[in-house]
Design a protein around this ligand. Sequence first.
Ligand code: UDP
Length: 339
Amino acid sequence: MRVLLTGGAGYIGAHTAIALLEAGHDVLIVDDMSGTSPEAVARVEQITGTTVPLLVADVRDRQALTDFLRRNAPVDAVIHLAGLKAVGESMAEPVRYYDVNLGSSITLLEVMAAEGIRTIVFSSSATVYGTPEQLPLTEESPTGIDLANPYGKTKRIIEEILSDAAAADPDLRAISLRYFNPVGAHPSGLIGEDPHGIPNNLMPFVSRVAIGSLPEVAVFGTDYDTPDGTGQRDYIHVTDLAAGHVAALEQATPGYDVYNLGTGEPVSVLELIAAFERASGREIPKRLAPRRPGDVAATYGDPSKAGRELGWATRLTIDDACRDYWNWQSRNPRGYAGA
Ligand code: UDP
C-alpha cells in the first residue's frame, strides 16, 4: 500500500514510517515540523535506504494536502498522527487544541473523500477512558467527552467523527488506536523522542536526568493504592506501537473499530526509574513529591482484542525500552538539534 502519514516526522510517526517501509509499503509524510525536525525524516531514509516524499505543511492546508496527494497518487490509506499532544498546554490553550486537532482531522477526511482514499488509522489515546472504573481497560470500558483535559476530548471527539463517517459510508475503513504510554526508541539510536523544553512525561524526564541536563526526577505521589505507592502505567515500546499501526492498516475492514495498544503490564514510577538506572548504568537522583493534579493511581490496558483481530502482540519489555531510549539519548544528547 502507499500510505500517507500525517505527523510522520514525530516520535510515533517516524517509527511507524520505518515499520511500514520494512513491511514493504510506500510512505509519504506531511508534517508541519512544529514538534519535530526534518532530520527525523532524513534518518528514516537513512535507516531504510528509501526516499520518503515530504510535505512540510499544516494538515489544515487543504490545497497543499490535495496537491501532495495528487503528485503521489494513488495513495491507498492514511495514518493520522498529526496533532497537538501536551495535556497541560491543552488546558491553557483549549481553543488552539480544538482548532488544530479537530480542524486537521476534518480537513483530512474531506480531502480523503475527494481523492477516493477510503482507509484511515487514527492515533487516539487511552486518555479517552478518563479515570478507570476497572482494570485492565478494555475497548468496552466507558469513555466520555467529560474528560479532564481538552487534549483527551479532542481524541474522543475525533473517534466519534470517524465512527459517524464510517456509519455513513459503507466503503470507509476507520480504526482508532488507543495508545497507552509510548516509550523507547529505534534500536539504531538514530530515531527517538525529542521533546522541546523540559519534558512532562516520565521516561524523557528520567533520561534527561541520566544525561545530566536535569538534576533530579520528582516522583509524583508515593501514597497511591498501588504495590509501592507510586503511579502505575502501561509503557509500550514505540516499535511495538509502530507495528500495531501496520497490523491495523493491513487488517482494516469496512466500518469503524477501536483497539487498545498496550502491554497489559502495569509498571510503577519507581520500577521505571530502577529499570532506567540498570539500562544506563547511572544513578538517577529522585525526590519524593506530592501527587500531580489530575493523575490517576493506575491505568493499563487489555491488548487482547488487537491480538485476536490484528494478530499483533508486544514483543519488548520496559528494560528494552530503557536500553533503547538511553541509546538514543546518549548518542543524541541534544536530540535532532545536535545533528
Ligand atoms: N511522573 C513522575 N514524575 C515526572 C513525570 C511523571 O512521577 O516527572 C509519573 C506520573 O505521576 C505518572 C507516571 O509518571 O504516574 C507517568 O506519567 P506521564 O506524564 O509519563 O504519563 P501519563 O500521566 O500521561 O500517563
